[in-house]
Design a protein. Structure first.
Length: 209
């Protein structure tokens, strides 16, 4: 018998390799604004966070942003994602072999989630089971998005396993009373809470199922 009634996946950086693209767009827009922000620094600072919070940090560092910053950011990112986006290695193989119900719960808008899943061929695993913070009105690290997804999936929070790659996502899962596994993109990040198991590849998730 399975230990979990539902597996909740984050999208960016967990199922699809979109964080790199988004970091480049942040860097380019800051450069056009007259500042300097390396893509690696953008990725470290903004991974898993709501875009509005990222923009607030940018304004604190570089001054007022262009009025259409969000629209330009999303438009440029969408073009690059369609051209370059790939699944996180092993995502399709893992999903194809899973017996448990799965869903996506992401801080991104639904249109962005659907673009990423369609571009990488992963959409078929999540039909009717995509949950966006913009529709729920709750962004990680608040647990509301995960609690909403669990309820929609008919699963008790304690019977859910969350797969995340960021501090806001891990915090949200723990606050929701769910089990969580962190997919790490760097060695021993300082944001990983004690007791949260970590994997370096999605294939390793099988041992927690």
């Amino acid at each position: 018998m399975s230990l979990h009634d539902a597996i909740l996946f984050d999208c960016d950086g967990t199922l699809v390799d979109s964080e790199v693209v988004q970091a480049e767009v942040f860097s380019d827009l800051v450069a056009e604004h007259g500042g300097v922000l390396a893509p690696a620094a953008a990725m470290a600072a903004f991974r898993g966070r709501r875009l509005a919070a990222c923009m607030a940090d940018l304004e604190a560092s570089f001054g007022p942003l262009r009025a259409d910053f969000e629209d330009v950011f999303r438009a440029r990112a969408a073009v690059l994602l369609r051209m370059r986006l790939r699944e996180i290695e092993g995502a399709a193989a893992l999903l194809a072999g899973m017996a448990q119900p799965v869903c996506v719960a992401s801080n991104a808008p639904r249109s962005k989630i659907e673009l990423c899943l369609a571009t990488t061929g992963l959409a078929r695993f999540f039909e009717g089971r995509i949950f966006s913070a913009y529709e729920v009105g709750s962004w990680k690290p608040d647990p509301g998005l995960f609690l909403h997804a669990a309820q929609a999936m008919g699963a008790a929070p304690a019977r859910c396993l969350v797969v995340e790659d960021s501090a806001p996502g891990v915090i949200a899962a723990r606050e929701a009373g769910m089990q969580v596994v962190a997919l790490l993109h760097e060695e021993a990040p300082d944001w990983l809470p004690e007791g949260v198991p970590a994997i370096r590849a999605l294939a390793e998730l099988r041992r927690y199922l």
